[in-house]
Ligand binder design. Sequence first.
Ligand SMILES: CC(C)(COP(=O)(O)OP(=O)(O)OC[C@H]1O[C@@H](n2cnc3c(N)ncnc32)[C@H](O)[C@@H]1OP(=O)(O)O)[C@@H](O)C(=O)NCCC(=O)NCCS
Length: 161
Amino acid sequence: MATPAIREAIALERGTADDLDSVMIVMEQAFGSHFGEAWTRSQCAGILPMTGVLLRLARTRDSGLAVGFSLSRSIVDDAELLLIAVAPAQQRRGVGRLLLEDFIEQARTSGISTAHLEVRDGNGAMSMYRDAGFAPVGRRRKYYHAPDGSAFDALTFMRKI
Ligand SMILES: CC(C)(COP(=O)(O)OP(=O)(O)OC[C@H]1O[C@@H](n2cnc3c(N)ncnc32)[C@H](O)[C@@H]1OP(=O)(O)O)[C@@H](O)C(=O)NCCC(=O)NCCS
């Protein structure tokens, strides 16, 4: 569970296309280009107007700086966490857990019954997902493609809401 201290320090809010600069700064810092997991600005801009897509931003309450975000999409009963990222300088403080719990809460209030996500095999986020009740349900071979030509499997995770 996210701690009271991190809830006190970080505010979550709905993001819009106006927040894309902040999203891309966190994206580039958090993912880098090594594993081919990051989305481009145009991929983000393209999905934002779609029905069921939700961008959530984590901002520090003192300065308003965006330190993390999640991007998800809901279709009928299912919600998929497409991206979650926290700026490296702010990692391991509980912001990722806060954003993940928020994704689940937003899905619950929208009447969603199942949450899905996928993650590169070996990504440290896997333990965060397991702790939040997600269980691995499948593997997509060579799903992520790095600029140097290497490919990495994705694991798919699921949990009931
Ligand atoms: C994954 C990510 C969002 C986690 O954000 P965070 O703010 O550091 O997460 P938290 O501090 O809430 O950590 C929650 C738990 O997740 C696990 N965890 C998070 N990052 C981890 C890492 N790099 N290695 C191992 N475990 C990790 C730990 O169990 C951690 O709890 P602990 O610190 O009490 O041990 C962040 O590391 C990130 O932006 N990574 C790059 C982008 C990415 O890979 N996103 C996921 C795929 S879309």
